[in-house]
Design a protein around this ligand. Structure first.
Ligand SMILES: *[C@@H]1O[C@H](CO)[C@@H](O)[C@H](O)[C@H]1NC(C)=O
Length: 494
């Protein structure tokens, strides 16, 4: 475990005051990460870089399709379906993926560039850089920018924390010790503190999982409640030396959210802030606002699972892709999960459902803030795009998906894994529910077969396929490795 891993850092929390000091430390580190990227990213003139790979599409539209993409794949938010369309697009256009050795980048530790297969630090020769970075990670901008150009299109997806909690509870029932101890999600949410121990195995799955995946620091007051299995450390942690010496105003301003976004012109102002203890005690709400503003400066678009098709239309528009590029099937869905999702917005909700929803949102209050924020941005964008124009595009997308499903799939929909005997299409089974997948119809033309396979291939198998394409196995290796369903892969979601 690396010295800055979240679990490790979390274990350092001791008495209240130490917690506050460390909260500030994390804020500083977080702010340094910030200064490394998004502002440079927004400099004009960086945007119009020609894609390296030749595009197969005919240039019918006036804008060049974006082909440098960073997708933060959040957990239990519909991100596997987005991954499928990225896999397909990159596969068809011969783009290079920044791939993990297995299936994720050292999660739940923060992303490190060194985890990317084929990554060469600092001018590592003539190899073209990567086009798409999209597998599970805990976001870490500074390291992401070691792998991807700063003018890449950054996007992600969020989901209502109540729906997410339902899905996560079933999926991570045995992975998170808090969930494992709880007889049901309702029981867990009725008294989460009876089950939840900060620093315990898989605790990040049980609370504010989106916030965690976005790599955001946790507010100081949450930190002080965390358990401390290791001996308390001196507040003057050696890690504080990561503050660059002699960086002047930059280092000081980072302590103040307002200073950060409207940097004060004088060093003196900064000094006053660093020496005032009161200013170190960032309020929770300004902490959240500050974090959200930071995300806004990094991410070009954040999709919302509850408005998935609307999000896809906006994505296609932002990337200058065709609608067909974003049409796909749902992946990694759990049996019964859809009912759970629609129940949240259904008017026939029971009192228990409503209570569970309210409690899940309160328990995951950082995720709730994140969700409300990005839901608002999405709808602002929808209005900008034009509501009726969007509605007709969504209708077109759904018709296209339905046609593809009828054409490609047995039954025209997702099936219980017991029907999926072909290993290439059987989704990795994990959690207490069944993960649904697809069976292809027989008698398809060769071209259709190929396209239908792409649409139906689950994420792990697709990753293996892309991996084999980018790193052709050498003759000395055994030719056929059926890694996909071997026990080795069981770390996929853990
Ligand atoms: C998301 O935004 C839409 C449109 O403004 C709104 O109807 C919906 O209630 C919002 N959802 C949440 C959870 O805020």
């Amino acid at each position: 475990m690396g010295p800055l891993s979240p679990t490790r850092t979390r274990r350092l929390w001791g008495p209240r005051s130490l917690g506050v000091a460390l909260g500030v430390f994390m804020t500083i580190g977080f702010a340094l990460q910030l200064w490394g990227g998004p502002f440079q990213k927004r400099l004009p003139g960086l945007q119009l870089r020609q894609p390296l790979a030749p595009s197969l599409r005919l240039a019918v539209s006036s804008c060049p399709p974006r082909q440098r993409l960073v997708f933060l794949k959040t957990h239990k938010s519909g991100s596997s379906s987005v991954l499928n369309l990225l896999h397909r697009y990159g596969d068809r256009h011969g783009l290079r993926f920044a791939l993990p050795a297995r299936y994720q980048f050292g999660y739940p530790r923060l992303f490190q560039a060194s985890r990317v297969k084929g990554y060469r630090p600092q001018g590592g020769g003539t190899k073209p850089p990567f086009h798409i970075l999209c597998h599970h990670m805990r976001f870490n901008l500074k390291e992401v920018l070691q792998v991807m150009p700063s003018d890449s299109f950054f996007f992600s997806i969020v989901r209502d924390p109540a729906a997410l909690a339902r899905s996560a509870f079933s999926y991570y029932k045995s992975t998170s010790s808090a969930f494992r101890k709880a007889p049901s999600l309702a029981a867990f949410l009725a008294s989460p503190r009876a089950f939840y121990r900060p620093g315990a195995r898989g605790d990040h799955y049980a609370r504010n999982l989106l916030w965690f995946d976005f790599g955001l620091p946790f507010p100081p007051e949450m930190k002080t409640k965390r358990g401390n299995p290791h001996s308390p450390r001196d507040p003057n942690l050696p890690q504080l030396n990561i503050l660059p010496s002699g960086t002047g105003p930059r280092a000081h301003h980072t302590l103040d959210p307002n200073g950060l976004f409207h940097p004060a012109p004088t060093v003196a102002g900064g000094h006053r802030q660093t020496s005032s203890p009161a200013s170190l005690d960032l309020g929770s709400s300004s902490f959240i606002q500050w974090s959200l503003a930071w995300l806004d400066s990094v991410f070009d678009l954040v999709l919302v699972a509850e408005y998935f098709d609307e999000s896809l239309v906006l994505l296609a528009d932002a990337l200058c892709w065709g609608l067909d590029d974003v049409v796909g099937f749902m992946h990694n869905a759990q049996a019964g999960g859809e009912q759970g999702r629609s129940a949240v917005s259904n008017s026939r909700l029971t009192t228990e459902d409503m209570q569970l929803t309210a409690r899940a949102r309160a328990w995951n209050h950082l995720d709730w803030a994140l969700y409300v924020h990005f839901n608002r941005s999405l709808w602002a964008r929808i209005n900008q795009y034009g509501l009726s124009r969007l509605e007709s595009a969504v209708a077109e997308l759904r018709a296209r998906r339905e046609a593809l499903a009828k054409h490609c799939l047995v039954g025209g929909e997702a099936l219980d894994p017991k029907y999926i005997t072909d290993r290439r299409f059987r989704p990795f089974q994990f959690g207490s529910g069944k993960v649904l997948g697809y069976v292809l119809r027989s008698g398809l033309s060769l071209a259709d077969q190929e396209e239908c396979e792409r649409l139906a291939t689950p994420e792990l198998q697709y990753k293996d396929k892309l991996d084999a394409k980018q790193f052709p196995p050498t003759v000395s290796l055994p030719r056929k490795t059926s890694r996909v369903l071997s026990p080795q892969t069981s770390d996929h979601k853990v």
